[in-house]
Design a protein around this ligand. Structure first.
Ligand code: FEO
Ligand code: CA
Ligand code: CA
Ligand code: CA
Length: 651
């Protein structure tokens, strides 16, 4: 088939850095690169730092009785195996595959009414904006299952909360992205945000979306508010329209008190202008705001998105948004103390009673952050939030395998009036520039983070990048990505220093002999990352559609995007699932009993260089998953995965 070349992806916009700070690690970068190949094979220099914690310290943080043995990525250690399923082979066909003995059920594809009896999905994409606002959005992403009830009941019914990261306007509208109109902008906004649906297990073990007083959508036009050091009345948040909407919600987080954190990633992509005289300020340029964004062209039909007319609207995005999934009347709150970046997600853990949130800023050469609550979260009174009161840090990864957390606090270090900073609100509104000033380490696109429930080690996917951030980003360039991990000093997640190592370098060993994976285990561009309760590490891939299945990008042997499981104690990896064409795999959670897993298949059928581009005439050019309807179109969907014997997923 022939596709319009302009519809094919050239590269991911987030592969392009907007970090001009020149931050580099403190050691000699050249020396680091010369020893890179040696360092990548086997125990890395950095791993020495991670493993050299000392037996006492490591034992304090490790699982009881496991101490420091088998801590490295590829040590044995006599553990009971965590992974018990037969790996699935990779493939590049338009199908979802799961291991033998497992079954996958498509639960809530794009367009499903969030309540039974809601507006039905139209396969020609003719649903209106008002209908879309009552249906599941597009491009399912981060997700969590909030049980309704305790014990067994809590694994049979719950609120499934999931993000809709962005929209593919070629598939969202019957006539594709041409001719932007106000109604199209409204529909696109309604297809974004967060869906909150109630789901229940049926007698036969399958799942269904059920009637619920809690079900709702939080989308791009839902009223929102702000709290923390940048409150709603702050002058920098006064735009031409009321505060509303959350957009580009990618990964997520869950607080210890049971709320959901949606995180705003590539929010700059929605703004643009036709005003040729408009120039971004330094702060706007640091966030990648420009005249065309990612090509949505909403500004042609809605002045809200015209950055020359309504520039402060952009200041309302880039935050972590707290949503109460149990209270449909709760107004989502943007928690400004957690900084303004391209928030991939915010994984939380509890340490000494305090909430700790780890966050990646997903752009080539941007940083990893952590928020530490000031007091135990249970000590806050009603109406106060632990997320409004704490310290935001940014990470520096030194080449010797150690690292530290640098506080983004007005008045500290370079963040003073003399340094050009007004107050804490200014530091947070310009988080990236503040982190530049502190000398944070530029990373290869930090995506999801996950905290090992057994020992509190923190893992982060670095999906790919130019590899200019020293030993922590050891491949230059880094087309396949890697997974880095660290242990906070003393196993204390509130600490300000840590030791790190590379858990796994991703890629195809046929193209890069530093990659110690096999055809059975290889993967590229890790993105989603989640620990289940047994500390199985689930890894989801998002190979760019500009590289997927292409030999010239070294991606022809890696197949479609996949999900794998790893044992962090031994480094064992098995491929669990492979998706249909053009999709990525992102978002994973199980019920508390671990016998039902929910996984999101995002953007099947999107334009790929390898397969072409969907058009209004043929939206099925790349994929027709999951309906395979000859007149239909591909749809993102949540998939339910169960073992036919009812056993624990992954075991
Ligand atoms: Fe939305 Fe960084 O992936
Ligand atoms: Ca992602
Ligand atoms: Ca993606
Ligand atoms: Ca990604």
């Amino acid at each position: 088939m022939t596709a319009d070349p302009s519809a094919l992806p050239v590269a991911d916009p987030d592969d392009v850095s907007s970090n001009t700070s020149g931050n580099r690690p403190f050691k000699d970068v050249v020396a680091t690169r010369m020893s890179r190949r040696a360092a990548l094979r086997g125990g890395t220099a950095a791993a020495v730092g991670f493993m050299a914690l000392g037996a006492t310290q490591a034992a304090a943080a490790a699982e009881p009785g496991k101490a420091a043995a088998g801590r490295g990525p590829h040590h044995g250690g006599g553990h009971r195996p965590l992974l018990g399923f037969k790996p699935v082979p990779l493939h590049d066909v338009d199908q979802l595959t799961v291991p033998e003995g497992y079954e996958a059920q498509v639960l809530i594809p794009w367009g499903t009414p969030i309540r039974p009896g809601g507006p039905q999905w139209h396969k020609d994409a003719s649903n209106t904006a008002a209908e879309q606002a009552q249906q599941l959005g597009m491009n399912h992403d981060g997700m969590h299952f909030f049980p309704l009830g305790h014990g067994r009941r809590g694994s049979q019914r719950g609120m499934l909360v999931l993000n809709h990261e962005y929209v593919d306007q070629a598939l969202l509208f019957p006539d594709g992205p041409a001719d932007m109109t106000p109604e199209k902008v409204e529909k696109a906004l309604a297809a974004h945000g967060v869906s909150i649906v109630e789901v229940a297990r049926k007698a036969d073990g399958s799942w269904e979306r059920v009637a619920s007083r809690r079900a709702r959508k939080v989308h791009g036009a839902t009223p929102v508010t702000f709290s923390g050091p940048v409150p709603a009345h702050h002058p920098e948040l006064q735009a031409n329209n009321p505060p509303m909407g959350t957009l580009n919600n990618c990964s997520m987080g869950v607080t210890p008190w049971g709320t959901y954190l949606a995180c705003e990633e590539n929010w700059n992509s929605y703004f643009g202008t036709e005003d040729a005289s408009w120039q971004p300020t330094e702060a706007q340029a640091r966030y990648g705001l420009n005249t065309f964004g990612f090509g949505y062209r909403w500004h042609l039909a809605s002045p809200r998105w015209d950055v020359a007319v309504n520039g402060k609207e952009a200041n309302r995005f880039g935050w972590v948004v707290e949503i109460d999934p149990m209270n449909p009347r709760h107004t989502p709150v943007k928690r400004t103390a957690l900084g303004r970046i391209k928030h991939e997600g915010c994984v939380t853990t509890e340490c000494r009673g305090r909430v700790v949130g780890y966050m990646g800023d997903d752009q080539n050469g941007d940083y990893i952050y952590k928020f530490v609550g000031r007091r135990p979260w249970r000590s806050y009174r009603r109406g106060q939030s632990p997320l409004d009161d704490g310290t935001l840090y940014v990470a520096r990864f030194d080449d010797d395998g150690k690292g530290c957390w640098l506080p983004l606090v007005f008045g500290k270090g370079p963040l003073t009036a003399a340094g050009g900073w007004k107050d804490q609100a200014d530091v947070l509104l310009r988080t990236r520039e503040a982190a530049d000033a502190l000398g944070a380490t530029p990373m290869d696109r930090p995506e999801w983070l996950a905290v090992n429930p057994k020992n509190k080690d923190v893992y982060c996917t670095l999906t790919n990048g130019s590899g200019e951030g020293g030993a922590a980003n050891p491949r230059t360039p880094n087309p396949y990505g890697h997974i880095i991990r660290w242990r906070e000093n003393g196993g204390d997640n509130t600490a300000t220093a840590f030791c790190w190592d590379i858990f796994q370098l991703a890629g195809d060993p046929a193209y890069d002999d530093a990659v110690d994976l096999t055809e059975e285990t290889m993967f590229g561009s890790p993105d989603g990352l989640w620990f289940d309760a047994d500390a199985r590490l689930w890894i989801q891939t998002d190979i760019s559609n500009s590289a997927q299945n292409l030999p010239q990008k070294g991606y022809d042997r890696l197949g479609n995007n996949a999900m794998l499981a790893a044992d962090p104690r031994t480094g064992e990896i098995r491929r669990f699932l492979v998706g249909p064409r053009g999709c990525e795999i992102t978002g994973v959670v199980t019920t508390p009993d671990q016998r039902t897993m929910f996984v999101n298949i995002q953007h099947p059928g999107e334009a790929t260089v390898a397969w072409g581009a969907p058009t209004p005439e043929n939206p099925r050019a790349v994929s027709n998953w999951p309906d395979y309807d000859p007149d239909g179109r591909p749809r993102s969907a949540t998939v339910v995965i169960r073992r036919t014997d009812g056993g624990k997923i992954g075991a």
